[in-house]
Design a protein around this ligand. Structure first.
Ligand code: SAH
Length: 473
């Protein structure tokens, strides 16, 4: 280790920044965030720094640097663009044994400032030893993306219970287990999502009852349309914490790979007309698993609240008093549209978009046809593949021109995506010719005509992602 990492307490401590430009301003902001009492030395101050001085937020000495200015300082920063001045500052500070940093000059510095991830009170500092600051910043960016924004709240919340937890568990190992279950369980999720009151109730229960087991919870999580890159941070976090996962065939295998290795996996898939588990049984199963104190992940393709029966599932949970949370996902219509180059709305083509599902009732497709066939809109049909021919015919029968552009997108956003574009007249034949299988979406409307120009995803040689209807004839 070339440098020894520490966290300095700077609340109300006198600190000196030499320099009046943008670099100095950045250092001033950081030090102020840590509560330092700042003096800035510079003949002139640039815009914002000047305003801070006017508002009395920093003390400004409108002079050139002089060695005696470092007297009594806890920390000194040199941020001028003149090496000679920086050198003077460094020498003066070192003579008085005051830690000094010269921006971008490790040789003149006795300490260096790390890249910081601030989830106060949780703070993470990353350093490349002053050699490659860009590397430290890249590491920082990666950490930023995996550390939830709410971790600061969680750290502050947990700190409040520190003494009580210590009193309750004298055994270090028991204490560690307790904290792990708090920081990776329903309490943490509640705190990070602004429900501190609920988290407090759970903490009280665990600290006061003989049974300190965490209560179970169900997370209804949207896994997006299939491409793991389209998961939300929150979905990924819950996937990596779950004790048991309930999934169906819409959740791509690549996504299941990301679930915690030792989580139990229960397949509750619902292939059309081949219901593995009736919905009611799934609902009851979730209640039972949560009652056992498990963190249950109900992983859903796309978004749980769009044709996902998410509403029904949480209704049962609510009735049984099981804590639950819902995590939205990118619905397949959004995924398919983006990856196929079909903007769902467009100033020249569609002012609205409607998501429908092609249910059959009394032998005909039960949809509001007068509304769906109005011009200037896009219609996305979920679960419409097996009825594609009837659907297209119904659109035409209810007044939509046969030449209306239409597309089918199979396994959207995944490496298996296929996009076929044609018209209401030609789509059913295309689907049959190419053996399109579920899951697939149908998009109807003039926006589909933009796909040829805007498609960017997987245009593989010998396997064109987009096959125009004209090529079929
Ligand atoms: N909750 C899901 C939809 C569930 S209904 C969502 O928000 O996307 C199931 C239907 O979604 C499938 O029949 C299919 O029409 C569509 N679907 C889901 N994933 C898809 C994908 N990767 N590509 C194309 N269609 C998909």
């Amino acid at each position: 280790m070339d440098y020894f990492p520490i966290f300095l307490k700077l609340q109300d401590a006198p600190c000196l920044v030499v320099g009046g430009g943008d670099v100095a301003l950045r250092k001033v902001r950081l030090l102020k965030a840590a509560g330092a009492c700042l003096t800035v030395v510079a003949p002139q101050l640039s815009g914002e720094l000047g305003q801070m001085a006017e508002r009395g937020e920093v003390r400004w000495l409108p002079h050139c640097f002089a060695a005696e200015q470092v007297a009594g300082m806890r920390l000194v920063v040199a941020a001028t663009n003149q090496r000679a001045v920086n050198q003077q500052v460094s020498l003066a500070a070192q003579e008085s044994n005051i830690p000094v940093n010269v921006v971008d000059d490790p040789v003149l510095s006795t300490y260096i400032t790390p890249a910081i991830i601030d989830r106060s009170p949780l703070v993470i500092a990353v350093s490349s030893g002053g050699g490659v600051p860009v590397l430290a910043r890249l590491v920082r960016a990666r950490l930023e993306s995996i550390i939830p924004a709410g971790f600061g709240l969680l750290a502050a919340f947990s700190a409040r219970f520190r003494d009580r937890v210590k009193a309750r568990f004298s055994d270090v190992e028991a204490r560690r287990c307790f904290w792990e279950s708090v920081l990776e369980g329903p309490v943490a999720e509640a705190v990070m999502n602004g429900r501190e009151a609920a988290a407090e109730v759970e903490m009280e229960r665990r600290l006061t009852s003989a049974e300190d087991h965490p209560s179970g919870a169900v997370y209804l999580v949207g896994a997006g349309p299939g491409n793991p890159d389209l998961l939300t941070f929150r979905a990924l976090r819950l996937m990596q914490q779950a004790d048991v996962v309930l999934h169906d065939n819409l959740v791509a295998p690549e996504l299941l790979e990301l679930v915690r290795r030792d989580a139990e996996r229960i397949y509750v898939g619902k292939a059309r007309a081949n219901h593995t588990l009736p919905q009611e049984d799934i609902n009851q199963l979730m209640v039972r698993l949560a009652r056992e104190g498990r963190r249950v992940l109900r992983l859903k393709g796309g978004d749980p609240f769009i044709f996902g029966r998410g509403g029904e599932e949480i209704e049962t949970l609510a009735e049984h008093g099981i804590p639950f949370e819902v995590v939205p996902g990118i619905t397949s219509a959004n995924g398919a549209a983006s990856y196929a180059g079909i903007p769902l709305t467009h100033r020249d083509h569609a002012q609205s978009v409607t998501f429908v599902t092609g249910h059959k009732k009394d032998g005909s497709i039960d949809l509001d046809w007068p509304a769906l066939t109005r011009p200037d809109q896009t219609v996305v049909v979920y679960m419409g593949l097996t009825m594609a021919a009837e659907l297209c015919a119904a659109f035409i029968q209810h007044g939509k021109p046969e030449e209306t552009p239409a597309a089918v997108i199979e396994w959207a956003t995944t490496a298996r995506q296929r996009t076929l574009t044609g018209t209401l007249g030609s789509l059913p034949a295309l689907i049959a010719a190419y053996g399109v299988a579920s899951p697939a979406l149908i998009i109807v409307g003039s926006v589909v005509s933009l796909a040829d120009k805007l498609a960017w995803y997987r245009r593989v040689e010998n396997e064109p992602a987009t096959i125009a209807a004209s090529q079929q004839t």
